[in-house]
Design a protein around this ligand. Structure first.
Ligand code: CA
Length: 232
């Protein structure tokens, strides 16, 4: 399936750059314009799947762009996410009446905006296939930990591990070489730490190392403190 194409219409260069960057990171094709007029033309010609539209724009205000897009048969129904100023309640109401699908109020968090974008696209029939949906994989040297499938491989061969062993290994990899105390590991890895002690951690690490074979050497004991992942 083709990646959704998003048009960003925003005159503030910094914000435009930030939006472009983050939307691309999220797996979308992005192009942008810096005036209302140019945005309207681009929407007509390029037919994006969604428009992120600022309301305060030079040449042609966002509300007029919105109105024009919904008036023309070719662009009617094109989903619009408005960016509005906090104080501009009237603009928001009007924008939604004019056919915008949703809005975010400045200043917004990028995360919030991405959630809105995903929801709008899902409503318009795009499967949620942005990068974030890809199964998370952690890597360290020959080790690969796929968290969605609960699968660990060393040099491509699967090593059967228990769920707790996978969590322990994943935590050590995520810690990026920083030492993890036994207490920390108990908190992070064992969901119900009621009857486990710090010695349990040692037992699990020992077993994990044995199962991983030579790759087990990546787990380093830091005497008197805990464990960390060695630089592969
Ligand atoms: Ca603006």
């Amino acid at each position: 399936m083709a990646r959704p194409r998003i048009l960003v219409v925003e005159d503030e260069a910094d914000l435009r750059g930030l939006l472009e960057y983050n939307l691309r990171q999220a797996g979308y094709d992005v192009f942008s314009r810096s005036t209302g007029k140019a945005g309207l033309d681009a929407a007509r010609v390029e037919r994006p799947d969604l428009v992120v539209l600022d309301l305060m724009l030079p040449e042609m205000p966002g509300l007029d762009v919105c109105k024009a897009l919904q008036r023309e048969p070719a662009t009617r129904g094109l989903p619009i996410l408005m960016l509005t100023a906090r104080s501009a309640e009237v603009d928001r109401v009007l924008g939604l009446e004019l056919g915008a699908e949703d809005y975010v109020t400045k200043p917004f968090s990028v995360r919030e905006l991405l959630v809105r974008v995903r929801k709008i696209l899902a409503r318009h029939g795009f499967a949620e296939t942005s990068k974030e949906e890809a199964p998370e994989e952690l890597r360290a040297g020959p080790l690969r930990v796929s968290l969605d499938y609960h699968r660990v491989t060393v040099d491509g061969s699967e090593v059967p591990l228990t769920a707790t062993e996978i969590r322990l290994l994943a935590h050590l990899i995520r810690s990026g070489g920083r030492v993890q105390t036994r207490t920390r590991l108990l908190d992070e890895v064992w969901e119900d730490a009621g009857d486990v002690t710090e010695r349990t951690v040692d037992t699990f690490v020992k077993r994990l190392r044995a199962k991983l074979g030579p790759a087990g050497d990546l787990i380093e004991t830091v005497r008197g403190v805990g464990y960390k992942l060695r630089e592969p």
